[in-house]
Design a protein around this ligand. Structure first.
Ligand code: ZN
Length: 330
C-alpha cells in the first residue's frame, strides 16, 4: 500500500524544485527497494526451478542407474536359477540309479510274512554303506564314545591310510560287511561272472587288509535293485554257496541321494520308522560327502537308547535275522 502511494506520487512528478534533497533520497531508496523486490521475486522462483530441475535430472540418472542394476540382478538371478536347474538335472542323472533302486527297495519293503521275533527285545542294527572315507573315522570315534557297535558295508578303496580304517572297523568290534569292490552297478550286475569276480576281489582285498574273511554282503542298491541283468536269485545262490549272508534294510536314514539332507531329518526319519520294528536294520552312508550322517549319529544313538530298556543297538552277526527285499529268497 505504502509502495503504491509512493509510486502515485512519483507518477505525479512534482516540479523538481519542489522536492527537497531529503525527499529525493527517500524516493531513490524506495525506487531501489522496488527494483530489488521485483528482481528478488523473479529470481527466487527461477532459482528454485533451476535447483529442482537439477535435482530431478540427478534423480532421473539415479533411477536409470538403479534400473540398470535391477536388470543386471534379474539377469544374474535368472542365470543362477538356470544353473541350479542344470545342476539338479545333473545330480539327478548321477543319483538316479541309487535313488531309483533304494526307492524301489524301500517302497517294496519287507513282505508282511517276514515276521520279526516277538521276544520283547527291539534289536537295532546301524549299517553304513559306501565307505571307507574320512567320515568313517569320525563315525568310529562317535561309536567308541557311546560304546556302540555297528556294521560297515565297505567297498574296495586302495587309498593310502584306508587300510587303517578297514582295520579299525574290525579291531573295534564292528562288523565288516561287503558292498562290492567297485560299486559300479552296470559292471557288477552285467553278468553273474562279473558279480562273482567283484565279490571275490573284495573279499580277498579285505582279508589282506584285516585278516578277516567277511561273510556279510549288501547288494549295491539292495537285493531288489532293477539293474541286474541276470537273475538276482542266481547271485543269491552264489552267496549261499560261498557262505555269505546278505542284508538289506527296513529303515532308511534318507542320506543316500540328497546331499542337502540335514542331521535332524536323518534322525527324525529313522526314529519315525523305529516304533514299528522289532528288528531294525538302519541304512546309513559313510561316503566322503555324508557329513550330515556323522552329525546325526550321536543324537540318533541317544534317541534309540532312550526308547526303552529292551532296545539294543547291535552289530550284524550270524545270529541276526536277515532283513531282505528280494522276494525269491523269502
Ligand atoms: Zn551303495
Amino acid at each position: 500500500m505504502e509502495v503504491k502511494k509512493e509510486q502515485n506520487r512519483e507518477v505525479q512528478k512534482p516540479p523538481r524544485s519542489a522536492i527537497s534533497p531529503e525527499r529525493r533520497r527517500r524516493i531513490n531508496r524506495l525506487k531501489k527497494m522496488i527494483v530489488w523486490t521485483a528482481l528478488f521475486m523473479i529470481l527466487l522462483p527461477l532459482t528454485g526451478c533451476l535447483i529442482l530441475g537439477v535435482k530431478l535430472h540427478r534423480k532421473d540418472q539415479q533411477t536409470e542407474r538403479m534400473a540398470g542394476q535391477i536388470r543386471f540382478l534379474e539377469q544374474a538371478l535368472q542365470e543362477s536359477v538356470d544353473e541350479k536347474v542344470r545342476l539338479q538335472a545333473l545330480l539327478q542323472v548321477n543319483d538316479a540309479d541309487e535313488l531309483e533302486y533304494e526307492k524301489t527297495a524301500e517302497t517294496e519293503g519287507v513282505p508282511e510274512s517276514y515276521a520279526e521275533p516277538l521276544d520283547g527285545i527291539r534289536r537295532v542294527y546301524l549299517t553304513f554303506d559306501d565307505g571307507p572315507s574320512p567320515n568313517t573315522e569320525e563315525l568310529l570315534d562317535i561309536l567308541a564314545e557311546y560304546n556302540v557297535k555297528a556294521t560297515f558295508f565297505v567297498t574296495g578303496k586302495n587309498k593310502e591310510n584306508y587300510g587303517d580304517i578297514y582295520r579299525r572297523i574290525v579291531e573295534e568290534g564292528h562288523t565288516l560287511g561287503m558292498h562290492s569292490y567297485s560299486h559300479e552297478y552296470d559292471t557288477i550286475y552285467a553278468s553273474l561272472e562279473n558279480f562273482q569276480e567283484d565279490i571275490e576281489t573284495l573279499q580277498d582285498f579285505l582279508y589282506r587288509e584285516t585278516g578277516t574273511l567277511s561273510r556279510f554282503y549288501r547288494f549295491p542298491g539292495g537285493s531288489s535293485n532293477k539293474v541286474s541283468k541276470t537273475n538276482i536269485q542266481e547271485m543269491i545262490n552264489y552267496l549261499d554257496a560261498r557262505d555269505i549272508s546278505y542284508f538289506d534294510w527296513n529303515i532308511s536314514g534318507g542320506d543316500a541321494t540328497s546331499a542337502s539332507v540335514s542331521s535332524d531329518q536323518i534322525v527324525n526319519r529313522v526314529m519315525s520308522d523305529m516304533e514299528s520294528h522289532q528288528v531294525a536294520v538302519v541304512l546309513l552312508h559313510d561316503a566322503a560327502d555324508k557329513y550330515s550322517t556323522v552329525e546325526a549319529l550321536p543324537k540318533l544313538i541317544e534317541e534309540i537308547q532312550a526308547m526303552d530298556d529292551s532296545t539294543e543297538i547291535l552289530p550284524i552277526t550270524e545270529e541276526t535275522m536277515p532283513i531282505r527285499h528280494a522276494l525269491g529268497n523269502m
